[in-house]
Ligand binder design. Structure first.
Ligand code: SF4
Length: 229
């Protein structure tokens, strides 16, 4: 029976512990070898799979190696260079404009504060958090992507709906030293087992504590709708 632990903090702790056992190597799946590459990869990954981004950045990172390279790029050529990425026209514009800001205001280095990062074009709080966590080892929050949003709701850890509200709700219940890893653990589980359309509850290590577990619950708490709807 999917019965969550009595408090959200206990539920979260148990989820994190079990997922670490399942995914001991959980981490960011984008390829990068420096902060600029990290920034570019994360910007490209919005609404696009990490797999596709990794494929496209193999050549891109050879061709564009500095913020100046992006700042001086021909935006149409840059758009073609990332042609397989979702919204490549807008993203080419973001890359060029952000390259210009980095050159003009940050001596060509990717900035290291939330405020400065979110001033770059196409960089919101989520992207900035990823850069801070994986580029600078500065953990100021929890990255809430679509997997974190879905699983946190399914598991009864939050009832909030919007990513910003979910992050605020999670901060007090996820232990601070797990803020960075909570994201990657839930992404790993969201990809492997607890997929959006057809989660494999019968194979899930969290089924006994998950209030959405199929068979026990008629309702997917992520959507609030019946599983078969
Ligand atoms: S796979 Fe099923 S049991 Fe496991 S977390 Fe997702 S909804 Fe819950």
């Amino acid at each position: 029976m999917g019965t969550p632990l009595p408090s959200r903090a206990e539920q979260t702790e148990e989820v994190v512990e079990r997922l670490w056992e399942e995914y001991p190597d959980a981490t960011i799946s984008l390829n990068f070898s420096n902060r600029l590459e990290l920034l570019v990869a994360v910007m490209l990954s919005a609404q696009c799979t990490d797999e596709r981004v990794n494929k496209e950045t193999e050549d891109l990172f050879e061709k564009y190696q500095s913020a100046e390279d992006y700042a001086e790029a021909d935006v149409e050529e840059l758009s073609e260079d990332i042609g397989s990425i979702t919204y490549h026209n807008s993203k080419a514009d973001y890359l060029k404009t952000s390259g210009q800001i980095i050159v003009d205001e940050h001596d060509g280095e990717v900035p290291d504060t939330m405020e400065e990062l979110t001033e770059l074009k196409g960089v919101g709080r989520k992207t900035a958090n990823v850069i801070l966590q994986h580029g600078y080892d500065l953990v100021e929050g929890i990255v809430v992507d679509t997997h974190v949003q879905r699983l946190s709701r399914r598991l009864g850890i939050t009832e909030e709906e919007r990513p910003e509200a979910i992050e605020e709700d999670l901060l007090p219940v996820v232990p601070e030293d797990e803020w960075k890893w909570y994201t990657h653990l839930l992404i790993s589980h969201g990809r492997a087992v607890c997929t959006a359309r057809n989660p494999d509850c019968s194979e899930c290590v969290l089924a006994d504590i998950c209030p959405s577990a199929k068979g026990d619950s008629d309702v997917d708490l992520a959507s609030g709708e019946a599983w078969d709807a």
